[in-house]
Each structure stands twice: as structure tokens, then as C-alpha cells.
Design a binder for this molecule. Sequence first.
Ligand code: ACO
Length: 364
Amino acid sequence: MSAGLADVIAAETVLSDVDGLAGRLVIRGYALVELAGHWRFEAVAHLLLEGAFDNLPEVDAFTLLLGAARLSVFRSLDPSLASLPLYDAVRAQLARLPDGDDLDTAVLLMAAPAVVLPAMLRLQAGKAAIAPTPSDSHAADMLAMLGEGVADPARALALETYLVTVIDHGLNASTFAARVVSSTEAGLMSAVLAAMGALKGPLHGGAPGPVLDMLDAVGTPANAEPWIAAELAAGRRLMGFGHRIYRVRDPRADALKAALVRLTASLGHDGASDRSRLELASAVETAALSALATHKPDRPLATNVEFYTALLLEAVGFPRDAFTSVFATGRVAGWLAHAREQRLRGKLIRPKSLYVGPVPAEAA
Ligand code: ACO
């Protein structure tokens, strides 16, 4: 048996491929660097779901469908769910959506986190939820629904780059969970809820909030080295470093760092605090990589996607308890594409376990 199913191939897919040694991510035939920062979220989501993204009339039609779906999700909002912790509120609202397996259900589920997250954030702050604008891009509309004037084009572009960067990533824990549920012929909503459960943990999508906690605790670039040394000596993990598949730097970290540098430069004076955050993060990253190389010489531990996710989402205007839900807003497209692929081509996923418990007396 392989602990954590490491290196086990458990599905065949045309959707994405992670090359952990070369540090390369391919999304349905395109390298991530060709997509992130260049193509709309709608186009890449359409690529995942339907296999094509350069057919502009089709992508435009899909964009309209997604916009209409945002409005439909907004109309079904249950404000009472805002009493739950944020991620749980988003998940509970998604549980109210239909559990079908057709394209309309997929589009509704894809639209949902972008609407529910800003609405729940506002309701939790005692403000009214803002209705979506179906003709806007998904990323710009999500920011507009946050309100407070954060929906400027530079922030919308940074958010869109993020949503594309995390849209799919092989058979990660949440995608696997979605495929397992879909393999039982449950509906797409059930698959998405299972994936959201898996994404929540700090070893998967829950790391970016703790990355900012780490930067706050480090405080100054000069404190990076001693702080990290103390953490490792105490046996704690550094959030935003290490990966099951990558043995080199996660290519998504580079895509997000580039987007962040572009965003903070375009914000001018307003970006000063984000630029100083970035300087601190660079010092922490350098110190962490050097300390991890000494701490685990046999296990390459490099920067993963969550490190720059934390900085980018903070600069875009999200509070840290929203980060995992923003991750779900992008990754939901991958979950849905995998769930549909599993349903069309897969078989019930039902592995075996190795029994290591006590045996009945008569069998001993
Ligand atoms: N800091 C310190 N030590 C680490 C780290 C880290 N970030 N990551 C791994 N290690 C150590 C482990 O303690 C372990 O040491 P041991 O063999 O002495 O016990 C060794 O490296 C191997 O670690 P595993 O947990 O076996 O590696 P695995 O592939 O299962 O873990 C994971 C990958 C969960 C991402 C891990 O690197 C980690 O916990 N990182 C921090 C959390 C994080 O950044 N999560 C986001 C991941 S990206 C994503 O999912 C979107």
C-alpha cells in the first residue's frame, strides 16, 4: 500500500497534468503560463468543460450563461446562513442548489461561490448583499459584489489571473473527492460539496490565511531567519512550502507573484503597504527555502501556490477568512469538469484497505 496514495494513478483525464519534476502544469493542452494573465476565466472554464476556448462565439455564449447563473444564485440566497463561519456559510448555500448532472447545473454551481462569498461577507458585516451584473466578467463582478469600490480593473485582472491559476491541478485531494462522489452517480452539487470539505483543511486550501499569520508574526525582514529557525525547531510546518507532487518551485507561485508585482505597481501610492508586504514575503521566502534545505536535505521543499495566493488576495481586497472560499471560486470549474469526466468515462471508485486490526478468535 502507498501511504496517502502517493504516486498511485487513480484516474485517466484529459483535463490537466502536473509535472512535479519539471515544475510544469498543463491545462487541457495549454501550459499554465499561456493561460494565466492572458485569458478570461470564462474562456479557461469553457476549455475545461467543453474542450475548446478559442471559439469566441461559444465562449461569449458561455459567459452570458455564467452571468445569468450568478443572478439566479443571488435570488436564491438565504441570509440566515450568514450566521455560520464564512466557508461553512458558502458551502451551506451551495447545498441548496440542484443536484443534477447536466450543463445547466454545472454552470449554476460554477457561478455560485463568486456570488455567495461576497454576499455572506457583506451580510456578516451587517450590510446588504449587492446583486450581480450578469454582463460583467466573472472576476470583475465578484469584486463589484464585495462593494467598497474595490472593483477597479487592475484588481479585477489580478483576481482573474488567480482564478485561472488555480482552476485545475490534477488529482489533488479535493478533485479526487469530487471524482469519488461523482463515480457513485450522485449529482454535481454532491461532488462539489465533497470537494469543498477536502479543500478546507490547512494541508490543502486552508493554508493562505496561516501564511499571512506567519508574515504578521515575523514582522520584519530581519526577524525572518530566527523566526523560521524557531518554528522548525519546534517541529511546526511552514505554511506555503512543500507539495506532494512538485519537487521544484510550484509554477503557480511564479504566475501569482508576477500578477502581484503588476498589481502593486499599478496601484501607485495605494499599493505602498502591499509593496512592503511583498518585501517582507520575499525575505521570508528566501529564509524559509534556505532553512528547509538544511532541515530536510533529502526532501526538496519549495514555495507552493498558497504563499503568493495569500499576498495577492489580500492586495485584491479579501479578508483572510475568505481566502479558501476564493480558492473554491476558481477550482470549482476544475471540480465540475472532473466530476463530469468521471461520470462519462469512469467507473465506481472503490479501493481496498489493508486490515491491520484484531482478528476474531476462531480465525487466529
Ligand atoms: N514545513 C516544514 N516541514 C515540511 C513541510 C513544511 N511546509 N512540508 C513537508 N515537511 C516535512 C514533513 O514534516 C515531513 O518530514 P518527516 O518525514 O520528518 O515527517 C517531510 O517534509 C515530508 O512531508 P509529508 O507530509 O510526507 O509530505 P506530503 O507530500 O504529504 O505533504 C504538504 C505535502 C501537505 C503540502 C506539506 O508540504 C505541508 O504540510 N505544507 C504546508 C501546508 C501547505 O502549504 N499547504 C498547501 C499545499 S498547496 C495546495 O494544496 C493547494
